[in-house]
Design a protein around this ligand. Structure first.
Ligand code: 13P
Ligand code: SF4
Length: 367
C-alpha cells in the first residue's frame, strides 16, 4: 500500500487504535528509531517522543544519536538540521512534509545573495560582516553562513553567538528573525543607533550607504506570525488582574513585548524557569499554546495563563498528528523488513551539507 493510501486508511481508524499501533511499532523497532519532539507538538504526538526539547537540545541530540532512523516531530528546518548532523548512514524522517515554518520562508537564497552583493557595493562583507542565521532557516542559508565565516544560532544561545560573531568581525547580518536578533542585542546593551533593519524587498534593504557603514547589526525584516499575536497591552492586563504575576516571553516576540516581560528565553528555558519556581508562583506566557497548556497540566500548583486573549498556535507544528507519526513508524518498519526506502525522508543535498555542518558545528562548539 502506498503512503497516501495508508494515510487515508489511518484517518478512517479510531484514534485509540492509532495510538496503540504507535506504541506497538515503537516497541517492535526499539533502538532502531529515535523520535524527537519539539515542545510545540500536540500532546498525542509529544507523548511518544523519546527526547523532547527546544531547537538547540534537539539539534544536540541529533548530533549524538546513533539510531539508524530519526523521526523528527517538528518542522522542516529541524529535520534538515538533523540530517546535516547525523551520518550518511542514518535516515531522518519528517512525518508530514508540509510541516514548514513561515518565518524560515522569509529569507531565501536569492534574497540573501542579493543582500550580500548589495552590501559589497558599500562595505566588504567578507571582511567585516559575520552572517548569522537563526536555526529557523533553510539548509542552504546555513550553508551560506558556513561558507562566509558565519554561524547558526538558536533562541537558547543567541547571545553567545552574537558575542562570537562580533569578536570575529565588526558587523553582523542576522536573518531571518528581526526580533530574536534585536531582543538579544538590546539585552546585550547594543544601542538603537547601531542597528538597522534590512527589508529584502527594497534596494540596500531600505538603508543609506552611510547607515550601513555605521551599523553593527543588520537585522533581516522577518518574524514569526505566531509570536506577533502577543502585545504589550496583554502584559499590562495580566499585571492589573493578577498581583505578582511574572511575564515570560519567547525572544521571537516583538521588542515591545519583551521589554515589558520579566523573563525572555527559549522554550526549554521557559520550562526550566517555571519548574524551578516555588509553588504558588503565577505566570503569563508568550509562546505557542501547546507548550503553555502542557505547563498548566504539569504544574497545577502554579497558576499559568496564556498571555494573549487570542488562541495562537503554530499551524505547521500542528500538522504532525498521530496518523502521520503512525505512517512514519510503519514506513520505517517496512523499510527494515523489505530493505527499501522510507517515505518522507529529508535529505539535504551533499553540496550544502559541508558548509551547513560547519556553521552548525561552530554553534555547537560554543555551547
Ligand atoms: P525554541 O528553539 O525556543 O524551541 O524555538 C523554536 C521555534 O520555532 C519557536 O518558534
Ligand atoms: Fe516557525 Fe513560528 Fe512555528 Fe516557530 S512558531 S516553527 S518560528 S512559524
Amino acid at each position: 500500500m502506498n503512503a497516501q493510501a495508508l494515510l487515508t486508511q489511518l484517518y478512517d481508524t479510531p484514534e485509540t487504535d492509532i495510538l496503540e499501533q504507535i506504541s506497538s511499532l515503537k516497541t517492535e523497532l526499539g533502538d532502531q528509531v529515535l523520535i524527537l519532539g519539539h515542545h510545540y507538538q500536540r500532546e498525542e504526538v509529544f507523548a511518544f517522543a523519546d527526547v523532547s526539547g527546544d531547537s538547540l537540545k534537539l539539534s544536540q541530540q541529533a548530533a549524538e544519536t546513533t539510531a539508524p532512523y530519526v523521526i523528527f516531530c517538528g518542522v522542516h528546518f529541524m529535520a534538515e538540521t538533523a540530517d546535516i548532523l547525523t551520518s550518511d548512514e542514518q535516515t531522518v524522517i519528517l512525518p508530514d512534509l508540509a510541516a514548514g515554518c513561515s518565518m524560515a520562508d522569509m529569507a531565501d537564497d536569492e534574497q540573501v545573495e542579493r543582500c550580500w552583493a548589495e552590501l559589497s557595493d558599500v562595505i566588504s562583507p567578507d571582511l567585516c560582516v559575520t552572517p548569522v542565521t537563526y536555526i529557523n532557516s533553510t539548509a542552504s542559508l546555513k550553508s551560506f553562513c558556513g561558507e562566509h565565516g558565519g554561524i547558526v544560532c538558536t533562541s537558547g544561545n543567541a547571545q553567545k553567538v552574537l558575542e562570537w560573531s562580533w569578536n570575529n568581525r565588526e558587523k553582523i547580518l542576522f536573518f531571518p528573525d528581526q526580533y530574536l536578533g534585536e531582543n538579544t542585542a538590546v539585552a546585550m546593551g547594543i544601542a538603537d543607533e547601531d542597528m538597522i533593519i534590512w527589508d529584502p524587498f527594497l534596494p540596500l534593504g531600505g538603508n543609506t550607504p552611510e547607515a550601513i557603514q555605521q551599523a553593527r547589526l543588520i537585522l533581516w525584516k522577518g518574524f514569526c506570525s505566531v509570536h506577533q499575536f502577543f502585545k504589550p497591552e496583554h502584559a499590562a492586563t495580566m499585571r492589573n488582574n493578577h498581583a505578582d504575576i511574572e511575564i515570560l516571553a519567547h525572544p521571537e516576540c516583538s521588542r515591545d513585548v519583551c521589554e515589558v516581560s520579566d523573563f525572555i528565553g527559549s522554550t526549554e528555558m521557559i520550562i526550566k524557569h517555571v519548574s524551578q519556581a516555588p509553588a504558588g508562583s503565577k505566570f503569563a506566557i508568550a509562546t505557542e499554546l501547546n507548550l503553555v497548556n502542557r505547563l498548566r497540566i504539569q504544574f497545577p500548583d502554579k497558576p499559568i495563563w496564556f498571555l494573549s486573549p487570542m488562541i495562537c498556535m503554530c499551524s505547521t507544528m500542528f500538522r504532525t498528528d498521530p496518523q502521520h507519526l503512525c505512517l512514519a513508524l510503519t514506513s520505517v518498519r517496512d523499510a527494515i523488513k523489505h530493505n527499501h526506502s522510507v517515505s518522507n525522508q529529508i535529505t539535504v543535498p551533499h553540496e550544502q551539507q559541508r558548509w551547513a555542518k560547519l556553521s552548525l558545528e561552530r554553534m555547537l562548539n560554543l555551547v
